[in-house]
Ligand binder design. Structure first.
Ligand code: ADP
Ligand code: MG
Length: 292
């Protein structure tokens, strides 16, 4: 019979061993993390997120962060006396607005995230989709019967060369989702879409969405802890349980899985350390989606 370690519960021991096994498994694995929601607003959650990615990097994972920044953009536009109008969850972005979007996303939000990660011992480096032509964009075509969205862009191509260079040097890229048009214009790109396309182009094994819900919820509001791509596609198509921002994510999830990403996670960013817990425990805390 083995002696009991005083003060260490059997479950705690099992958890530590489980986590170490995952560290061994994930060493060198690229993971794109879409950072958004409360985890980007609440100071304590911001810090726990930054600690998490520093730990992930130390554990041998290769995180790539793609961030949003909607609430900050709205705040700044309001301060400047601009009205924000949304159409199907997308911000109508005028020529003047796109300058504010870029200033906030690339100039403020991005540099704050990079500063925090590096203060905690990480090796983050900030860039926007314009850097080294990472995100090449074109104006999103207006949908029939809908207003023109202005400088809202679709991704035309992703050039992952800069990410290869940074990851080879063990840097953690932090990307603001601003795309570069053929004529040099800037385009506002949905961060979920950008994260999915970057995950495919960078051959990431994992894509993680941090959001303000416990995961993908079913019709009863219960978290779906595991689902296969065909089931997600069916739910998204049917449109009754998956709507709004989650419909955008669902499209990104399916695109990523089709493009070779092995696993996509949707986790609750309102809980501290959810990324680490999701990745390093068997049960996880969010929704795990894999190809069917
Ligand atoms: P994010 O900042 O993460 O992009 P969004 O607001 O764009 O957040 O998307 C998440 C939102 O999608 C949730 O807050 C919720 O209101 C909505 N939603 C719609 N259908 C679902 C669903 N089936 N499961 C979870 N969230 C859903
Ligand atoms: Mg969204």
């Amino acid at each position: 019979m083995s002696a009991q370690l005083p003060g260490v519960l059997a479950e705690q021991r099992a958890l530590v061993v489980e986590a170490l096994r995952y560290i061994q498994k994930f060493s060198g694995t690229r993971a794109v993390i879409k950072y958004g929601g409360a985890a980007m607003i609440d100071p304590a959650l911001k810090r726990s997120f930054a600690q998490d990615v520093v730990l992930l990097q130390a554990a041998g994972l290769r995180p790539v962060i793609v961030h949003g920044g909607g609430p900050e953009i709205t705040k700044m536009l309001e301060r400047l006396g601009h009205q924000t109008q949304f159409v199907d969850g997308q911000r109508v972005t005028s020529a003047e607005d796109i300058r504010v979007v870029e200033m906030v996303l690339t100039g403020k939000v991005n540099t704050e995230i990079v500063g925090l990660i590096n203060t905690l011992g990480g090796r983050a480096i900030g860039l926007s989709g314009k850097d080294a032509r990472l995100l090449q964009a074109r104006k999103q075509a207006p949908r029939p019967g809908k207003p023109d969205l202005g400088f809202v862009g679709d991704i035309e191509a992703v050039d992952p060369a800069i990410l290869e260079t940074l990851l080879a040097g063990n840097y953690m890229p932090v990307i603001s989702p601003v795309g570069l048009g053929a004529d040099g214009a800037s385009f506002n790109i949905n961060a979920d879409v950008a994260a999915a396309e970057i995950a495919v182009a960078a051959k990431a094994k994992k894509l993680i969405f941090l959001t303000d819900v416990p995961g993908i919820l079913d019709e009863a509001g219960q978290r779906l802890s595991e689902l296969k791509a065909p089931e997600l596609a069916a739910r998204a198509r049917e449109g009754r349980t998956i709507k709004g921002g989650m419909a955008v994510k669902a499209a990104g999830i399916l695109r990523a899985l089709e493009g070779g990403v092995e696993a996509v996670h949707v986790v609750d960013g309102r809980e501290p350390h959810s990324v680490v817990v999701e990745l390093f425990t068997e049960k996880g805390v969010g929704s795990l989606i894999t190809a069917g």
